[in-house]
Design a protein around this ligand. Structure first.
Ligand code: AMP
Length: 187
């Protein structure tokens, strides 16, 4: 059983790696960022609410993303495992996740943290902006996302270290090598 979280700052490559690893384990990748972008595209009530936070590079309120995850984990395809990509991002979200999983009689197996220095991240994100045209990949927003990561998400490393399930991976290097390292750790 693989119940995994992929963590790391914006631009660390967690989405890319989660996308590869999910196919190897035949489990769904659950990206709150993707679900929110889809909601924005479809102009749902949730999308309209989330858009202003996303455009500014701020975190969408905990209650919104916790609701997304609660609903998604209840779907049948998650019974055989999952990769959470971009959730949790605050200690509050991590606590809510623990509660949701407990209610479902599930436990996390590992939290993979992809570490990449800040200086490298800005360059990567600006490159992604050119390629994918994501509305929140501009210099101003990138700075805010990194600062939010450092103040709100970084503390989760300690949170999962204490739970004894944190796996640290160097996120600088070739995509293949990083995948190999992750697969080696996850077994
Ligand atoms: P991502 O694709 O993971 O970089 O997410 C894009 C944006 O969606 C973030 O900058 C946030 O505005 C929002 N978002 C995604 N996941 C979360 C989360 N777990 N908590 C709060 N906001 C989130």
């Amino acid at each position: 059983m693989k119940r995994l979280i992929f963590m790391g700052p914006p631009g660390a490559g967690k989405g890319t790696q989660a996308d590869i690893v999910k196919d190897k384990f035949h489990i769904p990748q659950i990206s709150t960022g993707e679900i929110l972008r889809e909601a924005v595209k479809n102009s749902t009530a949730m999308g309209l609410e989330a858009k202003k936070f996303m455009d500014a590079g701020d975190l969408v309120p905990d209650v919104v993303v916790i609701g997304i995850i609660r609903d998604r984990l209840a779907e049948a395809d998650c019974a055989k495992g999952f990769i959470l990509d971009g959730f949790p991002r605050t200690v509050e979200q991590a606590g809510a996740l623990d509660k949701i999983l407990k209610e479902m009689h599930m436990e996390l197996d590992a939290v993979v943290n992809l570490a990449v220095p800040d200086a490298e991240l800005v360059g990567r994100l600006l490159k992604r902006a050119e390629k994918e045209g994501r509305a929140d990949d501009n210099e101003e927003t990138i700075k805010n996302r990194l600062s939010n990561y450092n103040s709100k998400t970084y503390p989760l490393i300690d949170y999962y270290k204490k739970e004894g399930i944190l796996k640290e991976v160097n996120g600088v290097g070739s995509m293949d090598d990083i995948t190999k390292e992750i697969m080696g750790i996850l077994g």
